[in-house]
Design a protein around this ligand. Structure first.
Ligand code: ADP
Ligand code: MG
Length: 280
């Protein structure tokens, strides 16, 4: 009497059937456009077999490859769209070189929570103090957090709106500037803006008001915006909307001098107004 060992009792694997199953699986992944999972499939299946991985763990591994690749593609797409002009990031911002800047506030802005409340940020200061660096760093943080972000300069925005008006694409262009969750408008006040730029900028600010955030950088104090925009009424109305829900950061070294000045005045005031102690 012959005894049949257990391995022999298991029908030999039908390799043709297994191969066709495998091909069908690859086909499904291709139809679903899960190309990275399809490419990783043989390696994942081999590893699963070698390490006796459970079906759940195998599927998780396969799909996490696809999810990682999708997220990397989306991030690259958002970065391309954002048009960030420099590789600056918040991590390489030197706070010691920017005396008076509130580290905690920048760290809070770095979390991107302000975007959820459509809060604006105004960075004011003379050239070279790091306004663009901070704006790019915050824009980069927003891109990484998954927010659609777009970086432009005031001059470029004005020029683009001007062209759009001539070419009959005003509405499309306005929709474009309304789209991103974060719009950075760099360098307001550096170049004289043409006449109609004020109304273009005003419309961009107005349509984003209380819906999406703007980071604006400028070398001019808000008191000078009437002059910058060539229209005090439009400048006032724009500032009204921009500052309604906003954080204003002054990167001007002057503000520090002003603080020293205030401290000195305060000391002087105390010295001159403290009642004299009676002579002992
Ligand atoms: P602004 O926009 O205020 O004119 P930028 O942001 O363009 O100034 O800064 C000028 C240069 O100096 C940039 O290369 C920027 O990266 C660098 N920079 C300015 N401030 C800092 C800082 N605090 N830490 C690191 N780099 C800085
Ligand atoms: Mg700048």
């Amino acid at each position: 009497m012959t005894t049949t060992s257990i391995p022999d009792a298991v029908p030999a694997p039908n390799t043709a059937e297994a191969a066709s199953l495998y091909q069908r699986l690859r086909g499904h992944l291709a139809v679903l456009k899960l190309h990275d999972a399809a490419e990783a499939l043989p390696a994942v299946l081999d590893r699963a077999q070698q390490t006796n991985l459970s079906m759940t763990a195998t599927l998780e591994e396969l799909l996490s490859i696809e999810v990682d690749a999708t997220e990397a593609r989306r991030l690259a797409g958002r970065l391309r769209f954002a048009c960030l002009p420099t590789p600056a990031s918040l991590a390489d911002f030197d706070f010691d070189a920017a005396a008076g800047l509130d580290r905690k506030l920048i760290a809070e802005l770095g979390t991107c929570r302000y975007l959820e409340t459509a809060t604006n940020l105004l960075l004011i200061g003379p050239p070279g103090v790091g306004k663009t660096h901070l704006a790019v760093g915050l824009a980069r943080a927003a891109v990484h957090a998954g927010y659609r972000t777009y970086f432009t300069t005031a001059a470029d925005l004005a020029a683009r709106c001007h062209r759009a008006a001539i070419e009959g694409r005003w509405a499309t262009t306005m929709r474009f500037f309304a789209g991103p969750t974060l719009l950075v408008v760099d360098e307001l006040g550096y170049l004289p803006l043409p006449g109609e730029a004020a109304s273009a900028l005003f419309q961009v600010v107005t349509q984003r008001y209380l819906k999406t955030s703007i980071i604006m950088t400028t070398n001019r104090s808000v008191g000078e915006w009437g002059q910058v925009l060539g229209d005090t009424t439009v400048a006032a109305a724009m500032l009204d909307r921009l500052l309604h829900r906003s954080v204003v950061l002054n990167l001007d070294g002057d503000s520090y001098r002003l603080r020293d000045h205030h401290a000195r005045s305060e000391n002087l005031r105390k010295a001159t107004t403290t009642p004299r102690q009676p002579l002992q």
